[in-house]
Design a protein around this ligand. Structure first.
Ligand code: IVH
Length: 675
């Protein structure tokens, strides 16, 4: 009887470990979460009845255990080294030259290329396939014993799969907090009134060095193996072969690991990863290049504390320190006042940055930032540079508080802070020159009337020189008057004039969007256009009628009502119509046709030839579909363009209806389709 239960417990452990691996390491779950929870529940039931059977490798240990007062330190049997850095292709050539000076045997070397994960190095010791110890790098010689915390990391195997592993094996790798988990954690922290973490690396460090492993268990950490340390019996003759072996034993590897031949291919790998950096699920700060052949590694050996056979080819840093010189206050299109940090120019994320957004007064208070402070600026991808923290230790004595203005910096009228909103705004509307500029910029932007050649600088001058007041005045400009704008010759003036004439032919939804009504983006504008069909119907719609429209809630309805109530706005609209702005007469769809794809969940993949993906998405949404990014059991239709890859395979596996571009185009014709 007892042995039956023990057998059941062991089977459960195996089954749970198997499914945890499929879920966390392979992204290919076989069973639903509910079934996993049931298995886990059964395991806990047996373990509660028989605490003497709770083993260290039980999946129940992933939830953490009682708090420690301090970490014990452990000695690394093999020191954990660091890496030399390279910053340019020339540095990389120097790295290869030093290798060839020492071992000239191979003309073309094979290199294993890996992302340089931005987290914390850890060492995992497996004995007879069971995880028995995990430690931080520490000073490289001694680290902290964080075994209980590491056991809570879902993709770290507590038991190795297979049987061909060395009896004693040290796996080294990086613990990171994936970007998605980091964002979620920070959102939760903000809600709880806790200080958000500055970046995923800090969040990972804070989570891993928790004395209470129950807290670690709640944090979204992940582990990726990148090398081996001690091993009781050697395996593999190349680095990549060793990593592949680790993978076969259930250890997670980064998907980007790749062996390439010759330095030229290493440089290509670097460029490729650099471009895809922001799309990767974790943060990286470069790539690590390792001589692949273990024999050659052994000949090369080490210098000081870094191997001669590996180098970290770093990306341009995404965070740098600089001084906050001043804070300016910008007035946005809807009157929102945004504090903008003026910085001592600094090279970060591959460009020189001298401005960063400070968002609002709450953000200034949260950062506790003063003028004169040394701040940490972050620029990741195309995102506007942000100030992530202040180095208060370096605050000069004459640092000054940031004073939020009480009147609009552009029109001097008093500012208002709306109850329950973080934003402070100028409510002067189009009386305020700053808002006028922004309104015209928005009106002429690509997704609105798309006026070619009407750049921001030109708009600013047109307003400053009082050549125009509102968007409608643009159409009263003659080519001659346009030449009053600096650096605008007769030829550009004529081109701009022609572009303005062309822009008069537009669509109803673009027109609605171009008006710059608060919180009416291009998607909402499209729904409004479809619903009301005519401008008159939209202009006279009641609150009740407005909230019937998809995407329009109470707040947006109020913004619309307020907009159409203002005489000045109606005057601008009338002047625009008078100037000749028009759109094709609406095709009235009958009841059956409307919402042809209502409620259908559609995924687009591959490349399209007739329409861009963005346009296709918009058009499908216009027919009521919900267009999402990934294929799941909830997907109704996958529309596959040319060279569709993994999404198509997944859809086939799930038995989801697949259509091609031609079939999609048929939705947009007048013939009703069978969905
Ligand atoms: S190999 C002897 N590979 O970078 C080689 N390190 O600057 C030791 N790191 O402490 C490390 N990704 O925390 C290696 N794919 C990767 C890595 C990586 C991140 C970190 C690691 C190490 C530091 C060295």
């Amino acid at each position: 009887m007892t042995s039956d239960i023990l057998q059941q417990l062991n089977d459960l452990k195996k089954t749970i470990n198997h499914h945890a691996y499929l879920y966390h390491s392979e992204d290919k779950p076989e069973i639903p979460d509910s079934e996993y929870d049931r298995l886990m529940h059964s395991l806990l039931e047996i373990e509660t009845a028989h605490p003497e059977w709770v083993s260290e490798d039980s999946p129940s240990q992933r939830v953490g255990s009682v708090s420690l007062t301090a970490f014990e330190t452990v000695a690394h049997e093999m020191p954990m080294l660091s890496l030399d850095n390279a910053f340019t292709d020339e540095d990389l050539e120097g790295f290869e030259k030093r290798i060839k000076d020492k071992d000239p045997r191979e003309a073309t070397l094979i290199y294993c290329c890996e992302p340089k994960l931005d987290g914390l190095a850890v060492s995992l010791i497996y004995e007879k396939g069971v995880l028995v110890q995990a430690a931080t790098r520490g000073d490289g010689v001694r680290g902290e014993n964080i075994t209980r915390n590491v056991r809570t990391i879902r993709n770290v195997p507590l038991n190795l799969m297979g049987t061909d592993w060395p009896v004693r094996l040290e796996v080294r790798g990086e613990v990171v907090m994936p970007k998605s988990g980091f964002e979620q954690l920070n959102k939760q922290n903000l809600k709880k009134g806790l200080k958000p973490f500055v970046n995923p690396r800090n969040a990972a460090a804070g989570s891993l060095r928790q004395l209470d492993s129950k807290i670690t268990a709640t944090r979204p950490l992940a582990f990726y193996a990148y090398s081996v340390g001690i091993m009781s019996s050697p395996f593999g003759t190349s680095h990549i072969a060793r990593l592949d072996a680790l993978k076969s034993w259930g250890l997670p590897l980064s998907k980007e690991v790749k062996a390439v031949s010759g330095l030229q291919n290493v440089m290509t790998y670097y460029q490729d990863i650099l471009h895809r950096r922001n799309a990767l699920p974790y943060e990286i700060d470069g790539v690590v290049i390792k001589v692949d052949e273990i024999d050659i590694q052994n000949i090369l050996g080490f210098v000081a504390r870094a191997p001669r056979w590996a180098v970290a080819y770093k990306f341009p840093a995404q965070e740098e320190m600089t001084a906050l010189l001043q804070v300016d206050f910008q007035v946005g299109r809807t009157g929102t006042i945004t504090p903008v940090a003026k910085l001592e120019p600094v090279f970060v994320g591959g460009v020189t940055v001298s401005n960063a957004s400070l968002h609002n007064a709450d953000e200034i208070a949260r950062l506790n930032v003063k003028i004169g402070d040394t701040v940490v600026v972050r620029r990741a991808g195309d995102v506007i540079p942000q100030i992530v923290s202040v180095i208060e230790r370096l605050r000069p004595e004459n640092a000054r508080d940031v004073l939020f203005p009480s009147s609009c910096p552009a029109c001097s009228l008093p500012l208002e802070r709306i109850e329950g909103e973080a934003a402070v705004r100028c409510t002067a509307g189009l009386i305020c020159p700053a808002q006028r500029k922004e309104a015209v910029k928005h009106f002429s932007s690509r997704k609105a009337l798309d006026i070619d050649g009407l750049g921001d600088k030109i708009v600013e001058q047109l307003i400053e020189k009082e050549l125009i007041q509102t968007p409608a005045d643009l159409f009263k400009l003659s080519p001659g008057s346009m030449t009053l704008v600096e650096r605008m010759g007769p030829k550009s003036a004529q081109n701009l004039y022609n572009a303005l004439q062309r822009s008069k032919e537009t669509t109803f939804s673009r027109f609605i969007y171009s008006l710059g009504i608060r919180e009416v983006g291009e998607v909402t504008a499209r729904y409004l256009a479809q619903h009301f069909v005519t401008l008159e119907a939209l202009r006279h719609a009641s609150h009740e009628q407005l909230i019937e429209v998809q995407d329009v809630g109470k707040v947006v309805a109020e913004h619309l009502l307020a907009f159409f109530k203002q005489t000045q706005n109606n005057e601008v609209i009338d002047a625009l119509l008078e100037a000749g702005i028009h759109w094709p007469h609406p095709v009235t769809r009958n009841e059956n046709e409307a919402g042809l794809l209502e409620g259908k969940v559609i995924v687009l993949t591959g490349t399209f030839s007739v329409m861009s993906r963005t346009d296709a998405k918009q058009a499908l949404e216009g027919l009521g579909a919900k267009v999402t990014g990934s294929v799941s059991s909830k997907t109704d239709i996958l529309i596959a363009g040319a060279a569709a890859g993994s999404k198509r395979t997944k859809a086939e596996q799930l038995g989801i209806k697949i259509m091609d571009e031609e079939q999609m185009m048929a939705f947009f014709s007048s013939e009703p389709q069978d969905t």
